[in-house]
Design a protein around this ligand. Structure first.
Ligand code: GRG
Length: 319
């Protein structure tokens, strides 16, 4: 099996962060903060977070904050719950959550909860189980889950459960692995996983593995490296990860690397990008690939970061 070209991927991520005028960086401009979360978490998983200047990152993140308390995808952009989570995640990586006005952010997120327990992404009102996960994950990282009605939030998520065991964006929406991660992640964080049929969901998830070893996001679709995260993290959270062939999946991810220039793509021989590089490395982390730090399947952050924030456990180096 080809090995993980870790140092090439670090170079790839660092070079993407420097690009300002490329076609890709212009396309990514509105989601810069989300891209920062992908890139910086990749660096942390590969043990290279110290290659970036913390003060520069913190200052850029803070400039994306809006007076409402929420964060935009870039400086001067409108706030959205997704970029608000990205901001908290990035600062969590650097153990810098304290620089935030936690109360203000928590009020912004809590203000997006609707009467039925669902969450909107921003003031324009689109509702999606992605936003339920984001709100719950963000508030848990800020220790402010008490700001929302957790019971209603959980009931809403459960109302998006389908007969096949999966979850969709809204009640009756088609099951999709991305939405399943969001619903299972939110249920895991709120201690509500006992309310789902793990065997039924486990079957749907393990059937996502195709002959080549990769995972797809729903039936009859092509495999994509990013589902190594969305599917695998869900299987781990419901304790059914042994239902897929882990070795074949690791090989699929490794076959999607650009060994010469770094980066990971959706499928072998396609163009690499930061999104697939992150979810490929995160997938390998879930597969316990040597040299990659363990990642928490619910919070989507390195385990040591989650231990520090949620459990208050600090890891000390003896060297
Ligand atoms: C902190 C990890 C983390 C996530 C934050 C934004 C979010 C919460 C979750 C997104 C979950 C999601 C819906 C992922 C799927 C993304 C994706 C590859 C969508 C593509 O959908 P289609 O229909 O692709 O274009 P398929 O593969 O079905 O053909």
């Amino acid at each position: 099996m080809v090995e993980l070209a870790a140092s090439k991927h670090v170079q790839f991520i660092l070079s993407k962060a420097q690009e300002k005028d490329s076609y890709e960086s212009v396309l990514m401009e509105h989601i810069r903060l989300n891209g920062a979360y992908w890139g910086l978490t990749t660096l942390d998983l590969l043990g290279k977070l110290d290659t970036v200047d913390v003060n520069e990152v913190v200052s850029e993140v803070l400039q994306c904050q809006h007076e409402s308390g929420g964060f935009g995808g870039n400086i001067g952009h409108d706030p959205h719950i997704l970029y608000t989570l990205s901001a908290v995640q990035v600062l969590a990586l650097f153990d810098n959550v304290d620089v935030l006005d936690i109360e203000k952010i928590a009020n912004y997120v809590a203000g997006l909860q609707n009467e039925d327990g669902s969450f909107s992404g921003d003031i324009w009102g689109e509702v999606d189980t992605r936003f339920s996960y984001i709100a719950i994950c963000c508030l848990a990282l800020l220790h402010r889950l008490d700001k929302i009605n957790v019971e209603k939030a959980v009931d809403y998520i459960l109302s998006c459960k389908n007969h096949d065991g999966g979850f969709g964006c809204t009640p009756g929406g088609e099951s999709h692995a991305g939405q399943i991660f969001c619903c299972v992640g939110a249920l895991a964080i709120t201690g509500s996983l006992h309310r789902i049929d793990k065997d039924l969901l486990g079957w749907w998830l393990c059937e996502r593995q195709v002959k080549a070893g990769g995972l797809n996001g729903r039936p009859e679709k092509l495999p994509d490296v990013c589902y190594s995260w969305w599917v695998l993290s869900s299987l781990i959270m419901i304790d059914r990860v042994h239902w897929i062939d882990k070795e074949k999946l690791a090989k699929f991810i490794l076959d999607c690397q650009d060994i010469e220039n770094g980066g990971i793509s959706d499928r072998p021989d396609d163009a690499c990008d930061a999104y697939h590089t992150y979810f490929g490395v995160a997938g390998l982390s879930l597969l316990e690939y040597p040299g990659v730090k363990p990642i928490d399947p619910a919070y989507a952050l390195p385990v040591d970061v989650v231990n520090r924030i949620i459990l208050g456990i600090k890891e000390y180096s003896l060297v």
